[in-house]
Write a new protein. Sequence first.
Length: 249
Amino acid sequence: MAIPLLAYAPTCPNQRVDPLGAPDDEANIYSTDDIFSPTEMGNLINAAYRQIFFHAFKWDREIVLESQLRNRQITVRDFVRGLLVSNTFIDSFYNKNSNYRFVEHCIQKVLGRKVYSEAEKISWSAIVMTKGVKGFIDDLLNSDEYIENFGENTLPYHRRRILPSRATGEIPFNITSPRYDAYYRNQLGFPKGIWQEVVRTFVPYDQKLKAGDSRLFANMAKSINPRAGVASSISAYNIDIAQKVPYRR
Protein backbone atom coordinates (compact mmCIF):
# COMPACT_ATOMS: atom_id res chain seq x y z
CA MET A 1 0.00 0.00 0.00
CA ALA A 2 1.43 3.38 -1.03
CA ILE A 3 1.78 5.92 1.73
CA PRO A 4 1.06 9.62 1.11
CA LEU A 5 3.81 12.20 0.90
CA LEU A 6 4.98 13.07 4.40
CA ALA A 7 4.64 16.69 5.44
CA TYR A 8 7.74 18.89 5.30
CA ALA A 9 8.31 22.63 5.30
CA PRO A 10 10.87 25.02 3.78
CA THR A 11 13.71 26.11 6.01
CA CYS A 12 12.09 29.55 6.41
CA PRO A 13 8.77 31.16 5.40
CA ASN A 14 10.46 33.13 2.60
CA GLN A 15 12.64 30.35 1.22
CA ARG A 16 15.60 31.43 -0.87
CA VAL A 17 16.40 29.00 -3.67
CA ASP A 18 20.13 28.34 -3.76
CA PRO A 19 21.91 28.43 -7.12
CA LEU A 20 22.69 25.21 -8.95
CA GLY A 21 24.66 26.35 -11.97
CA ALA A 22 26.15 29.38 -13.67
CA PRO A 23 24.59 32.80 -12.95
CA ASP A 24 23.13 33.13 -16.45
CA ASP A 25 21.20 29.83 -16.35
CA GLU A 26 18.01 31.49 -15.12
CA ALA A 27 17.79 33.74 -18.18
CA ASN A 28 17.59 30.73 -20.53
CA ILE A 29 13.92 29.81 -20.29
CA TYR A 30 12.51 27.56 -23.02
CA SER A 31 8.80 27.20 -23.66
CA THR A 32 6.85 25.85 -26.62
CA ASP A 33 4.48 28.80 -26.24
CA ASP A 34 7.18 31.02 -27.78
CA ILE A 35 8.78 28.47 -30.15
CA PHE A 36 7.65 28.09 -33.73
CA SER A 37 10.69 27.24 -35.89
CA PRO A 38 12.42 23.82 -36.06
CA THR A 39 15.69 25.42 -34.94
CA GLU A 40 14.12 26.84 -31.80
CA MET A 41 12.53 23.46 -31.04
CA GLY A 42 15.94 21.82 -31.44
CA ASN A 43 17.40 24.29 -28.94
CA LEU A 44 14.66 23.37 -26.45
CA ILE A 45 15.35 19.65 -26.90
CA ASN A 46 19.09 20.13 -26.40
CA ALA A 47 18.42 22.23 -23.30
CA ALA A 48 16.19 19.43 -21.96
CA TYR A 49 19.00 16.91 -22.36
CA ARG A 50 21.39 19.24 -20.56
CA GLN A 51 18.90 19.75 -17.74
CA ILE A 52 18.08 16.06 -17.22
CA PHE A 53 21.18 14.17 -18.43
CA PHE A 54 23.73 17.04 -18.22
CA HIS A 55 25.00 15.70 -21.54
CA ALA A 56 23.44 13.27 -24.02
CA PHE A 57 25.49 11.24 -26.45
CA LYS A 58 24.05 10.15 -29.77
CA TRP A 59 22.92 6.77 -28.43
CA ASP A 60 21.30 8.43 -25.37
CA ARG A 61 18.86 10.53 -27.38
CA GLU A 62 15.18 9.55 -27.37
CA ILE A 63 14.32 9.89 -31.06
CA VAL A 64 10.66 8.90 -30.70
CA LEU A 65 10.04 11.43 -27.93
CA GLU A 66 11.81 14.14 -29.94
CA SER A 67 9.60 13.45 -32.96
CA GLN A 68 6.44 13.56 -30.87
CA LEU A 69 7.47 16.86 -29.28
CA ARG A 70 8.34 18.43 -32.64
CA ASN A 71 4.93 17.43 -33.99
CA ARG A 72 3.21 18.78 -30.83
CA GLN A 73 1.84 15.33 -30.02
CA ILE A 74 3.17 15.60 -26.46
CA THR A 75 3.92 18.52 -24.14
CA VAL A 76 7.24 19.53 -22.65
CA ARG A 77 6.18 17.96 -19.37
CA ASP A 78 5.57 14.64 -21.15
CA PHE A 79 8.98 14.92 -22.82
CA VAL A 80 10.66 15.51 -19.45
CA ARG A 81 8.79 12.53 -18.02
CA GLY A 82 10.04 10.36 -20.86
CA LEU A 83 13.63 11.39 -20.21
CA LEU A 84 13.32 10.73 -16.48
CA VAL A 85 12.03 7.17 -16.96
CA SER A 86 14.46 6.37 -19.80
CA ASN A 87 17.05 3.63 -19.46
CA THR A 88 19.85 6.20 -19.60
CA PHE A 89 18.59 8.20 -16.64
CA ILE A 90 17.65 5.13 -14.58
CA ASP A 91 21.03 3.51 -15.14
CA SER A 92 23.04 6.70 -14.60
CA PHE A 93 21.29 8.12 -11.53
CA TYR A 94 18.98 5.53 -9.90
CA ASN A 95 21.05 2.36 -10.18
CA LYS A 96 24.23 4.06 -8.96
CA ASN A 97 22.86 5.99 -5.98
CA SER A 98 20.78 5.58 -2.88
CA ASN A 99 17.14 6.67 -2.83
CA TYR A 100 18.08 9.84 -0.93
CA ARG A 101 20.64 10.86 -3.54
CA PHE A 102 18.27 9.96 -6.37
CA VAL A 103 15.56 12.15 -4.85
CA GLU A 104 18.05 14.99 -4.53
CA HIS A 105 19.00 14.69 -8.20
CA CYS A 106 15.37 14.66 -9.35
CA ILE A 107 14.38 17.68 -7.27
CA GLN A 108 17.31 19.64 -8.65
CA LYS A 109 16.55 18.69 -12.23
CA VAL A 110 12.74 18.75 -12.15
CA LEU A 111 11.91 21.47 -9.62
CA GLY A 112 15.04 23.54 -10.34
CA ARG A 113 16.16 23.93 -6.72
CA LYS A 114 18.02 22.20 -3.95
CA VAL A 115 16.18 20.15 -1.36
CA TYR A 116 14.90 22.09 1.60
CA SER A 117 16.06 19.65 4.28
CA GLU A 118 16.59 16.02 5.17
CA ALA A 119 12.86 15.79 5.92
CA GLU A 120 12.04 16.47 2.26
CA LYS A 121 14.45 13.78 1.08
CA ILE A 122 12.95 11.28 3.52
CA SER A 123 9.41 12.14 2.40
CA TRP A 124 10.11 11.63 -1.30
CA SER A 125 12.28 8.57 -0.62
CA ALA A 126 9.24 6.93 0.95
CA ILE A 127 7.37 7.55 -2.33
CA VAL A 128 10.18 5.90 -4.29
CA MET A 129 10.08 2.93 -1.92
CA THR A 130 6.31 2.41 -2.15
CA LYS A 131 5.41 3.58 -5.70
CA GLY A 132 8.64 2.88 -7.52
CA VAL A 133 10.59 5.19 -9.78
CA LYS A 134 7.79 5.87 -12.27
CA GLY A 135 5.30 6.61 -9.52
CA PHE A 136 7.75 8.99 -7.88
CA ILE A 137 8.38 10.77 -11.20
CA ASP A 138 4.64 11.13 -11.82
CA ASP A 139 4.04 12.59 -8.36
CA LEU A 140 6.93 15.01 -8.80
CA LEU A 141 5.70 16.22 -12.20
CA ASN A 142 2.11 16.42 -10.96
CA SER A 143 3.03 18.40 -7.86
CA ASP A 144 1.65 21.89 -7.34
CA GLU A 145 5.16 23.34 -7.26
CA TYR A 146 5.97 22.03 -10.73
CA ILE A 147 2.63 23.05 -12.25
CA GLU A 148 2.79 26.56 -10.80
CA ASN A 149 6.37 27.23 -11.94
CA PHE A 150 6.61 25.38 -15.25
CA GLY A 151 3.21 24.16 -16.31
CA GLU A 152 2.82 21.98 -19.41
CA ASN A 153 5.00 23.82 -21.91
CA THR A 154 7.96 25.32 -19.99
CA LEU A 155 11.19 23.40 -19.57
CA PRO A 156 12.41 23.22 -15.94
CA TYR A 157 15.30 25.57 -15.20
CA HIS A 158 17.35 26.50 -12.16
CA ARG A 159 15.19 28.83 -10.10
CA ARG A 160 16.70 31.28 -7.66
CA ARG A 161 16.88 34.95 -6.75
CA ILE A 162 19.79 36.88 -8.19
CA LEU A 163 21.21 39.52 -5.88
CA PRO A 164 22.66 42.40 -7.94
CA SER A 165 25.22 43.30 -5.26
CA ARG A 166 26.64 39.78 -4.92
CA ALA A 167 29.00 38.28 -7.49
CA THR A 168 28.79 34.54 -7.99
CA GLY A 169 31.50 32.55 -9.74
CA GLU A 170 30.54 30.16 -12.52
CA ILE A 171 30.57 26.57 -11.29
CA PRO A 172 29.90 23.70 -13.73
CA PHE A 173 26.68 21.85 -13.01
CA ASN A 174 28.40 18.46 -12.88
CA ILE A 175 30.67 19.75 -10.08
CA THR A 176 27.84 21.49 -8.23
CA SER A 177 25.69 18.36 -8.39
CA PRO A 178 27.92 15.32 -9.09
CA ARG A 179 26.30 12.11 -10.22
CA TYR A 180 27.64 10.05 -7.29
CA ASP A 181 27.20 10.81 -3.61
CA ALA A 182 30.20 11.61 -1.40
CA TYR A 183 30.25 8.06 0.02
CA TYR A 184 30.50 6.45 -3.41
CA ARG A 185 33.05 9.03 -4.57
CA ASN A 186 35.25 8.00 -1.64
CA GLN A 187 34.78 4.33 -2.49
CA LEU A 188 35.77 4.93 -6.10
CA GLY A 189 38.71 7.03 -4.99
CA PHE A 190 38.05 10.24 -6.86
CA PRO A 191 38.71 13.05 -7.31
CA LYS A 192 42.40 12.19 -7.35
CA GLY A 193 45.26 14.65 -7.29
CA ILE A 194 47.69 14.32 -10.17
CA TRP A 195 51.32 15.27 -9.64
CA GLN A 196 53.86 15.38 -12.40
CA GLU A 197 57.53 15.35 -11.49
CA VAL A 198 58.52 16.75 -14.88
CA VAL A 199 56.98 20.09 -15.81
CA ARG A 200 56.04 20.05 -19.46
CA THR A 201 56.52 23.20 -21.47
CA PHE A 202 54.76 24.11 -24.66
CA VAL A 203 56.95 24.70 -27.70
CA PRO A 204 55.31 26.38 -30.71
CA TYR A 205 55.34 24.39 -33.91
CA ASP A 206 57.53 26.89 -35.78
CA GLN A 207 60.16 26.65 -33.00
CA LYS A 208 60.38 22.86 -32.94
CA LEU A 209 63.56 21.33 -34.38
CA LYS A 210 63.14 19.80 -37.82
CA ALA A 211 64.84 16.69 -39.18
CA GLY A 212 68.36 17.48 -40.40
CA ASP A 213 68.90 20.35 -38.00
CA SER A 214 72.51 20.48 -36.75
CA ARG A 215 71.29 21.06 -33.19
CA LEU A 216 69.74 17.61 -33.17
CA PHE A 217 73.16 16.11 -34.04
CA ALA A 218 74.81 18.18 -31.33
CA ASN A 219 72.36 16.92 -28.71
CA MET A 220 72.94 13.35 -29.86
CA ALA A 221 76.72 13.79 -29.70
CA LYS A 222 76.51 15.20 -26.18
CA SER A 223 74.50 12.20 -25.02
CA ILE A 224 77.33 9.80 -26.03
CA ASN A 225 79.88 8.98 -23.32
CA PRO A 226 82.88 7.57 -25.21
CA ARG A 227 85.53 5.58 -23.36
CA ALA A 228 89.10 5.10 -24.56
CA GLY A 229 90.36 1.56 -25.14
CA VAL A 230 92.28 0.08 -22.20
CA ALA A 231 95.35 -2.04 -23.01
CA SER A 232 95.32 -5.57 -21.72
CA SER A 233 97.62 -6.23 -18.76
CA ILE A 234 98.22 -9.90 -19.77
CA SER A 235 100.89 -10.62 -22.31
CA ALA A 236 100.22 -13.07 -25.13
CA TYR A 237 103.33 -15.03 -24.08
CA ASN A 238 101.81 -15.75 -20.67
CA ILE A 239 98.63 -17.38 -22.01
CA ASP A 240 98.48 -21.19 -21.74
CA ILE A 241 96.86 -22.12 -25.04
CA ALA A 242 96.54 -25.79 -24.10
CA GLN A 243 94.49 -24.95 -21.03
CA LYS A 244 92.28 -22.36 -22.77
CA VAL A 245 91.29 -24.52 -25.76
CA PRO A 246 88.59 -27.06 -24.85
CA TYR A 247 89.69 -30.66 -25.14
CA ARG A 248 87.57 -32.98 -27.23
CA ARG A 249 87.59 -36.72 -26.75
